[in-house]
Design a protein around this ligand. Structure first.
Ligand SMILES: NC(=O)C1=CN([C@@H]2O[C@H](COP(=O)(O)OP(=O)(O)OC[C@H]3O[C@@H](n4cnc5c(N)ncnc54)[C@H](OP(=O)(O)O)[C@@H]3O)[C@@H](O)[C@H]2O)C=CC1
Ligand SMILES: O=C1O[C@H](COP(=O)(O)O)[C@@H](O)[C@H](O)[C@H]1O
Length: 491
């Protein structure tokens, strides 16, 4: 499967809205730099950053010299390549809400209609429609234009549809790239490779063999400088609607007939539609909301969510969510899928744990009584690995079984710099491959499952339970999973 190659791209203009923002500085610009180092950015391509901040190109480049540089590891930095890269970068101050301010962009892009043109919207979703209107009214959309939008797309299904309607009025669906950067992570694509490149998993990948699935995206960071955005969003919209559901659908989908974008997306959407709705009291019984309070890590104390200056001190926004979901299909009937995400949790850990059923009848004594059956653990962060827990006979003159791990660590296997998820996605936007992007109906189906959960939280005034920063979330999350006689994998 070759979802990305170092093929030469056509020259492009990459217009980065939100060029001074957190995501641009930490991920997008470093990703473009790394692709330049790989020789992938054609000469005569340009990265044109915009934001309201008043500075010129020289000022922006010098800002990148300090702010972006600190997000590039010294071992991966090459001063000559960096200098060449900066020569590709330009800046225009632009307030996206002011139609007049698109004028300099019009001048800059004039005469380059034959180039691939990417409008990358790294701004709050509330500005997506304004930018779409702005570039349309300024006559900037060409045949070779593409628009890439950050998640979350909207705040709910209705607002997502509104944005999508506006986008569809001026772009064709094959020009629209809805980003979920989890799809750019190597291990997520490896999940596809694992499932559909190896025949032996398929007979096991079903309710007859799988007991439960746990997907955790735990972060040790808090909301940092993004409090104002985050408080309007919360973990359900920020992480569950997109990243967690994307991991779930890739894990649960039927084999697509090919790796073509629509073949893959057709299968993904079937899973989203098969998710059993969680509404009303069902949503309350099958979900947990949490909000972190002050706590500590090895490095010292950290403040609570409400201690942030840009967050109202009576905020009831959740920074943690756990959900018990089920998929109504032949393959998955009866298998609980536990989803969990949170900020300021014990460690940065992203993993998918597949717990297989116990042996039907045990003939061996085991140290743990087979309490934890065979497990497949696909770890995305901090390290990327695939581990399989199996039972073997412990050495000795008795027959005692003991669990051990078959361990595949991708760092050992590949021994090269791990790409930032965005590197792949940005190149795919430029080359025009939509496989790793969400189609409109996928986004709508994800919101259709999420909205009733949020509505139930409001209806029942289901407030977040507090948890101490540096822990695995509120106790209610353990209670949720223990109803099925299970516990979270926290090894
Ligand atoms: N940060 C992250 O880790 C992630 C973010 N995202 C998504 O990416 C998007 C951007 O997030 P993030 O970078 O964190 O946000 P930031 O708040 O850090 O950045 C927002 C950017 O938008 C610009 N901006 C705001 N208002 C206007 C305006 N009226 N006209 C022009 N530019 C404007 C700001 O610059 P200025 O104030 O100078 O105008 C800034 O460059 C969001 O949709 C978010 O959900 C997705 C995944 C991860
Ligand atoms: O989309 C988002 O993702 C990040 C976590 O991404 P990761 O690649 O570091 O796992 C999260 O911090 C942020 O709140 C959210 O918007």
């Amino acid at each position: 499967m070759n979802l990305i190659s170092n093929e030469t791209l056509q020259p492009f203009d990459f217009i980065l809205f939100g060029g001074t923002g957190d995501l641009s500085i930490r991920k997008l610009i470093p990703s473009l730099y790394f692709r330049h180092c790989e020789g992938q950015l054609p000469e005569d391509s340009r990265i044109i950053a915009t934001a309201r901040s008043d500075m010129d190109t020289a000022g922006f480049r010098s800002m990148l010299n300090t702010d972006v540089r600190e997000h590039i590891d010294d071992n991966d930095f090459n001063a000559d390549s960096w200098k060449e890269f900066l020569d590709l970068v330009y800046y225009h101050p632009l307030d996206v809400t002011d139609p007049e301010s698109y004028r300099p962009l019009v001048d800059t892009l004039a005469g380059r209609e034959e180039y691939v043109r990417v409008f990358y919207l790294s701004v709050a979703p509330s500005l997506f429609t304004q930018i779409t209107n702005g570039v349309h009214a300024a006559g900037l959309i060409t045949e070779k234009s593409r628009v890439a939008l950050e998640k979350p797309l909207g705040r709910d299904r209705a607002s997502a549809e509104e944005i999508n309607d506006r986008l569809s009025a001026v772009f064709n669906e094959d020009q629209i790239y809805r980003i979920d950067h989890y799809l750019g992570k190597e291990t997520v694509q490896n999940l596809l490779a694992l499932r559909f490149g190896n025949a032996f998993f398929e007979p096991l990948w079903r309710s007859e063999r799988i007991n439960d699935v746990q997907i955790t995206i735990a972060e040790d960071l808090g909301v940092e400088g993004r409090g104002a955005f985050y408080d309007q969003t919360g973990a359900l919209r920020d992480m569950v609607q997109n990243h967690l559901l994307q991991l779930l659908v890739i894990l649960a989908m039927e084999p697509p007939v090919s790796i073509d974008p629509d073949a893959v997306r057709d299968e993904k959407i079937k899973v989203l539609r098969a998710l059993k709705p969680l509404a009303g009291i069902d949503a309350i019984e099958n979900s947990v909301r949490g909000q972190y309070k002050a706590g500590a890590y090895g490095t010292g104390p950290v403040p609570g969510y409400l201690d942030n200056d840009d967050i109202p001190n009576d905020s009831s926004t959740e920074t943690f969510v756990a959900i018990r979901a089920e998929i109504g299909s032949w393959r998955w009937e009866g298998v609980p899928f536990f989803l969990r995400t949170g900020k300021r949790m014990e460690s940065k850990t992203t993993e998918i744990v597949i717990n297989f059923k116990k042996v039907p009848h045990s003939i061996f004594p085991t140290a743990d009584g087979f309490s934890t059956p065979n497990q497949l653990i696909i770890r995305l962060q901090p390290e990327e690995s695939i581990r399989m827990r199996i039972y073997v006979k412990a050495w000795g003159d008795d027959i005692q079984l003991q669990p051990v791990y078959l361990n595949l660590d991708f760092n050992d296997v590949f021994q090269k710099r791990k790409m930032i998820a965005y590197e792949r996605l940005l190149m795919d936007v430029i080359r025009g491959n939509q496989t790793l992007f969400m189609r409109r109906d996928e986004v709508a189906a994800a919101w259709a499952w999420i909205d009733p959960i949020r509505a139930a939280w409001e209806q029942y005034q289901y407030l977040p339970k507090s948890y101490t920063a540096g822990t695995w979330g509120p106790g209610a999350s353990n209670a949720l999973i223990s109803k099925d006689g299970l516990r979270w994998n926290e090894d």
